[in-house]
Design a protein around this ligand. Structure first.
Ligand code: SF4
Ligand code: SF4
Length: 298
């Protein structure tokens, strides 16, 4: 079984459109949407959810008002300013304390220092993950709650589930839509993968992002290919990307031209290779053939 992760330096490079086309071209694959902060692969593959589980990325503090003596120790020790102090309405009232659930990082320090044992520390539900059926095969995906973090941990859950499905169904490829950037979720997406495909675009920020992402994949020793999406919007920067990729010993596996059919496919909740044969669809088919070849020999 092989794991292919498609990533980009930032959002908006067309990564998910390319993953959706790969999903249509792949046979015997499990899809995994690890772009948990901006999951949108489901918009194209229209999954039918068959299993739904809550995700807890850690615990969260909650002050129990009946036990709290209003000593204020928790406010002193919380480094994240997550303890809210409310002044009384009148002279006879008491100061009260509560935890701001958005600001609380779940470090547990206030629980340790509370002299009255008045802080509950229970697992927080940060989102949900799903196993679905799609027209391309099984898919694991997730939804993170608003302003929730711990997306790296959620990515690990998705990858583990995808591996389990691949083993159960004897499928030989896990196709991962990875997170953009170089933070915790993308590291969780790529570690231990067999191959990374970086989708970049011919802009100065695309060039810069490629350098950062390449450093990351090389740090983890993962074989990396590069695909330049919408290359013809700026052929000179596309050339520069190829030159710099060569200096870093990264293979540019293909160029995909700008093509309005890609947007049309999105509007039809489809992948471009399903609605077209030439243009960008043909380019993506060639990139896919090259990626498959590299995977087979990795
Ligand atoms: S440390 Fe405990 S008792 Fe003191 S204010 Fe905070 S929750 Fe209340
Ligand atoms: S668990 Fe940590 S972050 Fe949350 S309120 Fe307590 S001290 Fe602050």
């Amino acid at each position: 079984m092989k794991e292919l992760v498609v990533i980009s330096g930032k959002g908006g490079t067309g990564k998910t459109s390319i993953v959706a086309s790969f999903a249509a071209l792949a046979e015997r694959a499990v899809l995994a949407d690890c772009d948990v902060d901006a999951a949108d692969l489901h918009l194209v593959v229209t999954p039918t959810i068959v299993k739904r589980e809550e995700f807890s990325g850690g615990s969260q503090a909650r002050i129990m008002p009946d036990s709290c003596t209003a000593c204020g120790r928790c406010e002193e020790v919380c480094r994240f300013d997550a303890i809210q102090r409310s002044e009384p309405d009148d002279a006879e009232g008491q100061v009260t304390f509560s935890v701001d659930p958005i600001a609380c990082e779940g470090c547990g320090v206030c629980v340790y220092f509370c002299p009255a044992d008045a802080i509950e520390f229970a697992p927080a539900i940060n989102g949900e993950w799903f196993i679905s059926e799609t027209r391309y095969g099984p898919m694991v995906h997730a939804k993170l709650g608003v302003a929730e973090e711990n997306s790296g941990k959620l990515v690990s859950v998705i990858r583990t589930q995808a591996k389990q499905i691949a083993e159960e169904k004897d499928l030989d490829l896990i196709l991962i839509d990875g997170s953009p950037g170089i933070g915790c979720p993308v590291i969780a997406s790529i570690t231990g993968a067999d191959l990374v495909l970086v989708v970049t675009e011919p802009t100065l920020s695309g060039l810069h992002d490629l350098q950062r992402v390449a450093e990351l994949t090389q740090h983890f020793g993962i074989e990396t290919l590069v695909c330049i999406n919408k290359w013809d919007l700026n052929p000179s920067i596309a050339l520069e990307i190829e030159r710099q990729a060569g200096q870093r010993h990264l293979e540019v596996t293909g160029r995909v031209r700008y093509d309005r059919t890609v947007t049309e496919a999105q509007l039809r909740r489809s992948s471009v290779v399903e609605i077209n044969q030439d243009g960008a669809a043909d380019d993506i088919r060639q990139v896919w053939a090259s990626v498959r070849h590299t995977l087979a020999s990795s």
